[in-house]
Design a protein. Structure first.
Lengths: 269, 359, 283
């Protein structure tokens, strides 16, 4: 197959260029990880000595702990709700009439193209009006608004590979609709659900600008990182970044190598 | 599908159910959804606090002793920067309750608060300690405390001779080693005017012409005191307009820094401590304000490096030097600022400033 | 209860929880911003009403429009950089075997899922005043004071490209993989050089992906706040920064709302434009 693309020289250039791009993507993160293990009180590269000093600092600091705790709490609340809302919507779009489907789909994914700064400003305003800013009642719906579209897309894609007649067959054998959906459809769209869940969790965990407007008393991890960064660049910021990176990289790897993104996850019917 | 597949999908469904139930339980727990600092408990007083050593000072000398004396709990909201978030507080007052019982207002914010009626009027009789506060530091909303000065900070080893004029910033000798503040940029603009026009107003084309002259010399436009501190520590700058409190602090840490009051004059500002309208616990808020106006608390503030309006506080020569405003000779150089003008022109000045930045 | 192509309009009820959420967090807030954008902010006091003051101010103050253009310019620079860096990678991904492709994809997709602030931190540690490069150069005695490596447009573009590159590569890859390679083979067997095949067959057929990727990256870049604040020092201004400043420091909700709607209008125009282009290149 490869021979079809002509002489090896341009191909080699392509490979080298791509490797450079990947180096550009990966190198800063690698440096970040290495620096997080410094034993010094300042950042330098390569670090003169290695150790877990800054990890200890991060784990023992109540500021960081509280920030991580709040971010995890929000993400844990957002993920299942996002899956429920997004999956219902994806089903609705899939099963509803063709007419109007396109525009409804556009509505459901519209928060994706809305700049978060605008969304943040608007949500801040309504949260102030309802006197709920700085609480989970504001954080969770705000985060849901930006995570639901991802579930609609990922579950929607899974649903397209699903043959509705399977569900009908189950129903004709006496299963209720809910039972049919639960036992036949859900397992098939599981890849979409998993992808949607991971996207929701990570997007919520990483959300900055909307929470930046909403929060003063409460600090999520990105907010805490931002204020630390503005105050002083210390190795603790590298340590906490590396921890975040480890979690998200693990989730990404899970997603990728289980084939959820490469259009894999095909179910043998 | 194989049996195994069936099993695992069942398992995951169970997991899904479990996590959904967990989320439901969390949802049902009202604790998570009320403001952590919302309290109608008369035993809780809610305050703003700052980052860094100033925050530690408040904690130790202004909050803890009060909590002990009155047997109350102090609850804090950490400010991002030095200004109370009035855009939020105003809406909170309109729709319910402000997040704290006391708020610090910069002088321009005081005018905003007056116009928008978001601060409670506190009669003089409510604060017995006013007796010892100079009259000009008492407003209808509360006392003016924490007097700080805006002058010229410089590295005593690298800047020679010691600067006596703001114009030293423009000295080509220090090109690439100076910075200006963008946080509170109105001060920067007035400072430029002081240096070249002898009076802080008007802010106009000429002001920005002088800014453009200095622009190639600038290492940075810093936005918070912590930023500037970092620049001095790294040795990236040797001179910058700065706030005296931070200079005192850096000096005490052994940095070769000094604070100069230029001949053209300098600025003294303060915070008005007031009680926002609809506060949950205004009685304790006023009680706290009275408490910190007292001699003992004000002494501590002077030791920390900020000036006081309390007549009873006596300064050691060292303290008088650090707080700047205790020396009548120096106070003569203080240039009065027109905070109404500052507030009303903040948008126009911001536009001009941004125009200058992106030119 | 037939589930035919026509579908069941009852199924649309399933959308109601999601739509309900959007009404609260999206439609009503936008409506509030719209109302506020016509309010008047005078002497620090906001009066709701129907005034055009804010829009007039934006158009005539001589700076908001400039910063808007700068923001567009920045977004264009980011988009073009992403395209230039991303296209070859997408081409390579298409040509690679499944294993290599998976690895490439892993490196390209992982940014999507990695905290933006973490990526910015990484750049600060490298390019910052006391970052690796400056520290090393000072250690070697080449320079005595740190170089301003990142506090400018370059730093911002670099860091944003780092974050958004994947948003470009994925649609490109999607479009490239959809191209039937037999068309290229046919062209090449008819004697066309590889370059000619690429220019006349592959590139035109991948244009829908180019349009989609560019639109996505452009739209995302128009809304950036965090990266310019961290990477831009104080001299890179974007419209989102002006919006935040208006609310937080000037307490001027009306003008901030008007700017937000202006940003929204620009993005709406971009979406429409992209749909047109998509029709042209895809049709």
């Amino acid at each position: 197959m490869r021979e079809g693309y002509g002489s090896p020289w341009p191909h080699r250039a392509l490979v080298v260029f791509s490797l450079l791009v990947i180096f550009f993507l990966v190198a800063p993160l690698a440096i970040l990880v290495i620096q997080s293990f410094t034993n010094e009180s300042y950042l330098s590269f390569p670090p003169p000595s290695f150790g877990f000093r800054w990890y200890r600092e991060v784990f023992t600091s109540s500021d960081w702990r509280d920030a991580v705790g709040l971010s995890v709490l929000i993400a844990i609340l957002v993920t299942p709700l996002s899956l429920i809302l997004g999956t219902l919507a994806a089903f609705g779009l899939d099963r509803g009439p063709m007419r109007g489907r396109q525009s409804l789909y556009a509505v459901m994914i519209s928060p994706m193209v809305l700049p978060h700064i605008v969304l943040g400003l608007g949500i801040f305003r309504i949260a102030l009006q309802l006197n709920i800013e700085d609480t989970l009642l504001a954080f969770v719906p705000a985060h849901l608004t930006i995570t639901v579209p991802f579930v609609v897309i990922s579950v929607g894609a899974s649903l397209q590979t699903f043959n509705v007649t399977l569900e009908e067959a189950a129903m004709s054998l006496g299963a209720s609709r809910w039972r049919a959906v639960w036992h036949i459809t859900l397992p098939v769209i599981r890849p979409g659900l998993i992808a949607g869940a991971i996207f929701s969790f990570i997007i919520s965990f990483d959300e900055f600008i909307i929470t930046f407007f909403l929060a003063t008393y409460e600090q999520t991890l990105p907010l805490e990182m931002f204020s630390t960064l503005m105050f002083q660049v210390k190795p603790s910021i590298a340590a906490i970044s590396t921890l975040t990176l480890a979690v998200t990289a693990a989730l990404t790897a899970m997603l990728m190598f289980r084939g959820q993104i490469l259009g894999g996850g095909r179910i043998v019917k | 599908m194989t049996d195994k597949g069936n099993f695992s999908s069942k398992l995951s469904r169970r997991t899904v159910l479990k996590s959904a139930a967990g989320a439901g339980a969390a949802l049902a727990t009202p604790y998570f959804f009320v403001k952590a600092h919302a309290a109608s408990d008369p035993k809780v007083v809610r305050m703003y606090n700052y980052d860094g050593t100033l925050g530690e000072f408040y904690d130790k000398h202004w909050y803890e002793p009060f909590a002990e004396k009155f047997d109350v709990k102090m609850d804090f909201i950490r400010l991002k920067g030095s200004r109370a978030p009035l855009e939020k507080i105003q809406a909170q007052i309109a729709n319910g309750q402000p997040e704290t019982d006391v708020f610090p207002l910069h002088p321009d914010q005081l005018i905003f608060a007056r116009r928008n009626k978001i601060a409670m009027e506190i009669p003089r009789s409510a604060i017995p300690e006013y007796e010892n506060i100079y009259d000009e530091f008492i407003t209808e909303f509360g006392p003016c405390l924490v007097l700080w000065s805006y002058g010229l900070a410089y590295n005593t080893e690298l800047v020679d001779p010691a600067p006596t004029s703001w114009k030293a910033l423009w000295d080509p000798k220090y090109a690439g080693k100076v910075a200006l503040n963008e946080g509170l940029k109105d001060q920067t603009l007035q400072m430029v005017n002081l240096a070249f026009k002898g009076s802080p107003y008007p802010v106009d084309e000429e002001t920005f012409k002088h800014l453009s002259d200095i622009r190639p010399h600038l290492v940075a436009l810093w936005s918070s005191g912590a930023d500037a501190e970092q620049l001095f520590r790294n040795g990236e700058i040797v001179m910058s307009p700065f706030w005296n409190g931070r200079v005192t602090k850096l000096k005490s840490e052994g940095l070769p820094l000094a604070f100069a009051v230029p001949d053209e004059g300098f600025f003294v500002r303060h915070s008005v401590y007031g009680v926002p309208l609809n506060a949950a616990n205004p009685e304790m808020g006023i009680e706290w304000i009275n408490f910190v106006c007292g001699e003992e608390r004000q002494k501590r503030m002077v030791e920390f490096g900020y000036g006081t309006p309390n007549k009873l506080v006596e300064h050691t020569p060292e303290q008088a030097k650090a707080v700047i405003v205790a020396d009548p000779e120096v106070v003569k150089k203080a240039v009065p600022e027109d905070f109404t003008k500052i507030l009303d022109n903040s948008a126009a000045w911001t536009d001009m400033w941004n125009k200058w930045k992106s030119s | 209860m037939s589930q035919t192509q026509g579908g069941n309009s009852k199924a649309w009820w399933l959308l109601s929880p999601g739509v309900g959420l959007y009404i609260l967090t999206f439609f009503i807030p936008l409506a509030m911003l719209l109302v506020l954008s016509f309010a008047k902010f005078e002497n620090s006091v906001t009066t709701i009403g129907f005034f055009f003051d804010n829009y007039v101010k934006i158009m005539t103050d001589g700076i908001t429009l400039t910063i808007f253009y700068r923001t567009v310019q920045l977004a264009l620079m980011i988009t073009v950089s992403c395209l230039v860096l991303g296209y070859p990678v997408a081409v390579l991904m298409r040509r690679s075997g499944p294993r290599a492709r998976l690895w490439l994809l892993f490196f390209i997709v992982s940014p999507l899922l990695t905290s933006i602030i973490v990526r910015n931190v990484a750049w600060v540690l490298i390019l910052g005043r006391s970052g690796i490069i400056n520290d090393t150069l000072i250690d070697w005695g080449w320079i005595s004071t740190p170089l301003p490596l990142m506090y400018n447009t370059f730093g911002v573009v670099l860091a944003v490209v780092h974050v958004y590159l994947s948003f470009m590569v994925l649609p490109l890859f999607g479009a490239l993989i959809a191209i039937d390679s037999s068309i290229e083979e046919a062209a090449s067997s008819l004697g066309a050089s590889p370059l000619r095949v690429f220019l006349t067959v592959t590139l035109p057929l991948s244009l829908p992906g180019v349009t989609a990727g560019c639109t996505l990256v452009f739209i995302l870049s128009m809304g950036i706040y965090l990266t310019p604040v961290i990477m831009g020092g104080n001299f890179v201004l974007t419209l989102p920064m002006l919006i935040t400043d208006s609310v937080r420091n000037l307490y001027n909700w009306p003008v901030a709302s008007a700017m937000a709607l202006m940003l929204l209008a620009a993005i709406g125009a971009m979406v429409l434009l992209s749909a047109r282009v998509q029709k042209m290149v895809g049709g």
